[in-house]
Design a protein around this ligand. Structure first.
Ligand SMILES: Cc1cc2nc3c(=O)[nH]c(=O)nc-3n(C[C@H](O)[C@H](O)[C@H](O)COP(=O)(O)O)c2cc1C
Length: 337
């Protein structure tokens, strides 16, 4: 069934309820074998990034499948890679509902979920149960009640637990919905965090006999000086990739629209220009030495092309799925060839 027929029905529901219903429908389609009848993505050039071979450059961004509970169902949509999480060491409920809002006039979404998840052990169990053998990123974070000074320990706990099960691991320091998290983007804090992560990665690579790349996910709300500072640290610590960007605290482009004043991170079309600008600045600072995964506001094939032209090697999307449905995956893939 075409998504344009389903969308008006979903948009009548509370956004979080629509989100769960959609995931359950995808799961039912997978379990019944129906999803195998869906069209396959157009043939795409494979990309080698972070030492991994991506069958196509269009990935699912973090946050849609926080617990890795829908991996097999989501894999049927034709993504070249999936990223699950953000997951934290201990389970936590996240913020009270409502915490997810659409801004249809601007093709935007605001969320303040606050890392609701079942904890890293539950995610690992789900990943182990999945049949998916494609590229899987696992995105890790800190619990809301871990003091920011102890954040490194939360990331290390998650890193150790997910290491054997991930193709790459994303360190999320850019969600606006966990108090003070974005402070980890500051030079001194980031330096300490990256050093600890690289040290642990080396030890884990020895133990497991496999090197799992680490990507850092950053916010769009950074000035040039901060972006250059982060780029320098990424190179100095030999981090494997950077994901740009997370959601924005800005309300540019949605002022006066229903839901625009809700607290949280704004994504979808309104974050597109900001994300692409960060990618361009990162690309200038990083050259070809460190790959960028571009995310933020991809709602059409041309938006994916723009991210690649700005310097990204791969792209991810989330909010575009809310407005365009799964056809967007194939469209972005076709646009990137
Ligand atoms: C409802 C929602 C939940 C999200 N949760 C997470 C998350 O848990 N971890 C994360 O790194 N990013 C999360 N994101 C950010 C997305 O991964 C992405 O970086 C951002 O939305 C910009 O891309 P988009 O415009 O294609 O949505 C979330 C986004 C949305 C809309």
């Amino acid at each position: 069934m075409s998504y344009s027929l389903v969308r008006p029905l979903l948009f009548r529901l509370d956004a979080e309820r629509a989100h769960h219903l959609t995931l359950q429908a995808l799961q039912a389609a997978y379990l019944s074998g129906l999803s195998r009848l869906m069209p396959q993505p157009p043939a795409c050039r494979t990309r080698r990034v972070m030492g991994l071979d991506f069958p196509n450059p269009v990935g699912l961004a973090a946050g849609l499948d926080k617990n890795g509970a829908y991996i097999d169902a989501l894999a049927e949509l034709g993504f070249g890679f999936l990223e699950v999480g953000t997951v934290t060491p201990r389970p936590q409920p996240g913020n009270p509902q409502p915490r997810l809002f659409r801004i249809p006039e601007a093709q935007g979404v605001i969320n303040r979920f606050g890392f609701n998840n079942d904890g890293v052990d539950a995610l690992v169990a789900n990943v182990q149960r999945a049949n998916y053998r494609g590229i899987l990123g696992i995105n890790i974070g800190k619990n809301f009640d871990t003091p920011i000074e102890n954040a490194t320990e939360d990331y290390l706990i998650c890193l150790r637990k997910v290491y054997a099960h991930a193709s790459y691991i994303t360190v999320n320091i850019s969600s606006p919905n966990t108090k003070n998290l974005r402070q980890l983007q500051d030079k001194e804090a980031l330096e300490g965090l990256l050093r600890a992560l690289k040290q642990e990665q080396a030890a884990l690579a020895d133990t497991h006999g496999k090197y799992v790349p680490i990507a850092l996910k950053i916010a769009p709300d950074l000035v040039t000086e901060q972006i250059v500072e982060i780029a320098d640290l990424l190179l100095a610590h030999r981090i494997d990739a950077v994901i740009a960007t997370n959601t924005t605290l800005s309300r540019e482009g949605v002022e006066g629209m229903p839901n625009a004043t809700e607290t949280g991170g704004l994504s979808g079309a309104p974050v597109r220009t900001k994300s692409t600008a960060v990618i361009k600045q990162l690309s200038l600072a990083l050259g070809k030495d460190l790959p960028i995964i571009g995310v933020g506001g991809i709602l059409e094939g041309i938006d994916a092309q723009e991210k690649i032209m700005a310097g990204a090697s791969l792209v991810q999307l989330y909010s575009g799925l809310v407005y365009r449905g799964p056809a967007l995956v194939h469209e972005a893939c076709a646009a990137l060839g």
